[in-house]
Design a protein around this ligand. Structure first.
Ligand code: SAH
Length: 452
């Protein structure tokens, strides 16, 4: 077993969802090494040695992996947003696919030889939302950027590769305006300073853009000029807002929103439906990725006109609503009241009258629905990372739907939940992975299970 400060040659064979390269010593001891790629041969400096695994630093890359590329970002890996920028995107897809497969084999106990992984187009420029904290550069100018990993220091960065290119123009215009009037950035440590964050969102389907400045005060000096500056920086700006946040906490947004110019938010279209998006409402950050994911869920669900569809963990209703026109009835269940209100508005705005939404815990609501005699034909389950858990299994067992379509951002808990459904008589018909968040450690999976 290696000990601290040992230097050894190590071949990296894998990478974790946290972006740590994994290598095994000749003795089978596992070392995790940041910044490495599967295939790298490195000179590893052991920094910490636990009983069965340890952490090392790559002092030198002796032979670079074939999948290695030069990271094309000045703040990678400091910012912590991207984990795989040093790996060719095709290889990233392969890595993510193998996590999903491996979890379904190891945790779920399913014998699946291969699955498909779908990419939502370009791995760059896909995010339709950004919140840039304000800081200062070495010359004392106000700059927007990202927090360096595990710190509250702002690394200035106008052009994040995950955001559309025009976001950089808006960031630049906002910085120029603030520097012209010497308006100060907020300082976490003292609670002084005015500007906390610049917040941008855009509707990929609509072309609409909103820009908001989050401030630690009630007024922005020369706000008319700010409006003119950001409107002039990009096409499609329809809303410029201030968000007042005088709390000393890490929470970025508040509901104290002042519209300086234009609308109170933006609209967008997703899966043929129209959504109104306020600064506070939840909305998928990868528009094309969401359409791809929901499209697969829809194909798996193959809803018919006589079908009752139960959409558990429905958020703002997007998945169920995207299938409502094909179904007899959609029942959505979601625990956050604001999301349920959004879901109801979304249904109304799209003229959908066969969808209703219940604000409750998914397991409890499903149980009560089944006690009330509701027996859905298709159940959609899109739970948070921890998965759905035992009370949902019980309700499904009572309701006996023909199909379960599980959408999950955590294939480990999805595999566990799928095993529980297999144990009550369901088999996996289809399974695939969808890379909604290229360059990050996240991947979605979709499972179709049918009753035997
Ligand atoms: N299907 C939606 C949202 C999925 S995210 C979409 O695609 O946009 C998971 C959702 O589950 C969140 O909206 C979260 O608020 C909700 N949630 C978390 N725990 C819950 C519970 N116990 N019961 C019901 N909903 C819950």
């Amino acid at each position: 077993m290696p000990t601290k400060n040992d230097i050894l040659t190590l071949k990296i064979t894998d990478i974790t969802p946290d972006g740590l390269g994994v290598g095994k010593t000749d003795g089978g001891y596992v070392l995790f090494v940041a910044g490495t790629a599967p295939g790298d041969v490195i000179e590893a400096h052991v920094m910490k040695a636990e009983k069965s695994y340890g952490y090392a630093k790559a002092e030198k890359i002796i032979t670079p992996a074939e999948c290695r590329v030069d990271a094309d970002c000045p703040v990678f890996p400091r910012c912590g947003g991207c984990l795989y920028r040093h790996i060719r995107y095709e290889n990233e897809l392969g890595i993510k696919k193998s996590w999903v497969l491996e979890n379904f084999r190891r945790i779920g106990g399913f014998d699946i030889s291969d699955i498909e992984i779908f990419s939502a187009g370009s791995p760059d420029g896909y995010r339709n939302k950004a919140q840039y904290p304000a800081g200062t550069d070495k010359d004392g100018n106000i700059r927007f950027g990202f927090y360096s990993k595990h710190t509250h220091r702002v690394a200035p960065c106008r052009a994040c590769a995950l955001q559309p290119k025009f976001y950089a123009d808006i960031v630049g215009a906002a910085e120029d305006f603030l520097n012209k009037y010497k308006i100060s950035p907020y300082d976490d440590a003292t609670g002084n300073g005015l500007v906390r964050h610049l917040y941008i969102r855009n509707g990929v389907g609509s072309g609409e853009v909103m820009v908001a400045l989050v401030i630690n005060g009630d007024v922005l000096p020369h706000s008319d000029e700010f409006v003119a500056a950001v409107r002039g920086a990009a096409d499609g700006v329809v809303s410029v807002m201030l968000i007042i946040n005088k709390e000393r906490s890490n929470v970025i947004l508040t509901d104290n929103v002042i519209t300086l110019w234009g609308k109170d938010g933006i609209a967008d279209t997703l899966c043929g439906l129209r959504f109104e998006i306020s600064p506070l409402s939840f909305y998928q950050v990868n528009h094309d990725g969401a359409e791809l994911l929901y499209g697969i869920a829809k194909k798996y669900a193959a809803v018919e006109k006589s079908d009752v569809l139960l959409d558990l963990y429905c958020g703002t209703g997007t998945i169920g609503l995207s299938m409502a026109r094909e179904a007899k009835e959609v029942i959505g269940v979601e625990i956050i009241p604001a999301a349920v209100r959004n879901a109801r508005e979304n249904a109304k705005n799209n003229g959908i009258s066969n969808a209703k939404f219940i604000c409750a815990d998914a397991g409890k609501a499903a149980d009560e629905l089944s006690d009330g005699g509701v027996s859905p034909d298709v159940v959609i389950i899109d739970p948070p990372r921890r998965g759905c858990g035992a009370d949902v299994y019980g309700a499904i067992e009572k309701m006996r739907p023909e199909k379960i379509v599980m959408v999950s951002c955590n294939s480990a808990t999805a595999a566990r939940d799928a095993r529980a459904f297999a144990d009550i008589g369901y088999t996996i018909e289809s399974l695939c992975a969808v890379d909604m968040f290229p360059r990050t450690g996240h991947v979605e999976c979709v499972v179709l299970m049918t009753r035997k």
